[in-house]
Design a protein around this ligand. Structure first.
Ligand code: ADP
Length: 319
């Protein structure tokens, strides 16, 4: 093993830069050459790559986004596309690849492994929806961005005695909604894994009002419904007036938290260790604060579950 490549793919996440830095520095520390591949699999197919030095990844640990850019690439889902990618890797004498991304990116990485090119995965996505790891890179930062927004909205909710509905990201996974709802003291949290019907939400608001509570906050994961739709149904069914905020892409950006930087550094470094040991088809993760290694195949067949005890706790504390 002399030369490895690193790319970021799929949705960007804060902390990806810290992971790239870890891969580059750890690789160089062990005498490897590290190539940065730009624009994910799309750039790989086109051969958009260059050698990164220690200084190339200086001054990026605190920046959101990814210095290697990210992209989605339909061509990589075809055998022909991947053949071109492997040709580019061979042409540049790259022996193995680190893929930083989400489950879609790992599907691509696994295909590469099956077609004979060694690759390992580092989980980077704000959704925290990857099995085999307690946390993904970017989740903590996105969570803190949401909390910041909830706290601000709460000031207005309190002053004007209103119900606010805040829509957060999470198509299939409710972690962002659950954790932010718990940390932000939301009255109701709507997540794909544990749906509540509109009557339950109404009941909670009305119970709160009966106790003299004049405002409330409802968090909706985008995978359940839109905040606008929940607002409409509350109005139609119970004449409850609400205000809606859709946080959107601000959740993806911003300076990574210390937690995400440390996580990214540990995971990126471990990915290089795996390649140095001749391993392939693996994804690094964190479990109980220990770095762990999973088969990508298992990651792609397992299901990520929200922590049931947190769902229960949120219910108990938001009465
Ligand atoms: P994420 O990695 O954040 O889940 P995507 O699902 O968009 O993001 O996947 C990123 C990229 O990974 C896709 O654009 C595609 O190039 C590649 N990819 C996804 N699924 C596959 C697949 N089944 N086979 C090969 N490549 C895939």
């Amino acid at each position: 093993m002399k030369r490895i490549g690193v790319l970021t793919s799929g949705g960007d996440a804060p902390g990806m830069n810290a992971a790239i830095r870890a891969v580059v520095r750890k690789g160089i520390y062990h005498g490897l050459e590290v190539y940065g591949i730009y624009q994910g699999y799309a750039g790989l197919i086109e051969g958009k790559m260059e050698k990164l030095e220690l200084g190339s990844v200086g001054d990026i640990i605190h920046r959101g986004g990814t210095m290697l850019y990210s992209a989605r690439c339909e061509a990589f889902k075809t055998e022909e596309g991947r053949k071109q990618a492997i040709e580019q890797l061979k042409k540049h004498e790259i022996d193995a690849l680190v893929v930083i991304g989400g489950d879609g990116s790992f599907r691509g990485a696994l295909k590469l492994c099956e077609e004979g090119f060694p690759a390992v995965g580092v989980p980077g996505t704000i959704d925290n929806d990857i099995p085999g790891t307690d946390f993904t890179i970017g989740f903590d930062t996105a969570l803190n961005t949401i909390i910041d927004a909830i706290d601000k909205i709460r000031d207005t909710a309190t002053s004007h005695e209103r119900t606010f509905i805040i829509e957060v990201m999470g198509r299939d996974a409710g972690d962002l909604a659950l954790w932010s709802g718990l940390a932000g003291g939301a009255e109701s949290i709507l997540i794909p894994e544990s749906p509540q019907d509109i009557d339950q939400i109404i009941e909670r608001i009305e119970q709160g009002r009966a106790r003299g509570k004049r405002h409330s906050i409802i968090i909706v994961a985008e995978g359940v419904s839109t905040a606008g739709d929940v607002a409409r149904r509350l109005k139609e069914k119970a004449s409850i007036e609400t205000r809606v905020t859709v946080l959107g892409h601000i959740q993806r950006g911003g300076q990574p938290t210390a937690f995400d930087r440390v996580l990214a550094s540990r995971l990126g470094a471990k990915a290089v260790d795996l390649l140095l040991n001749g391993e392939s088809g693996k994804m690094v993760g964190i479990r109980n604060n220990q770095i762990v290694v999973n088969d990508i195949r298992d990651v792609l067949t397992d299901r990520h579950n929200v922590e049931e005890s947190l769902v229960q706790l949120a219910r108990e504390l938001s009465i």
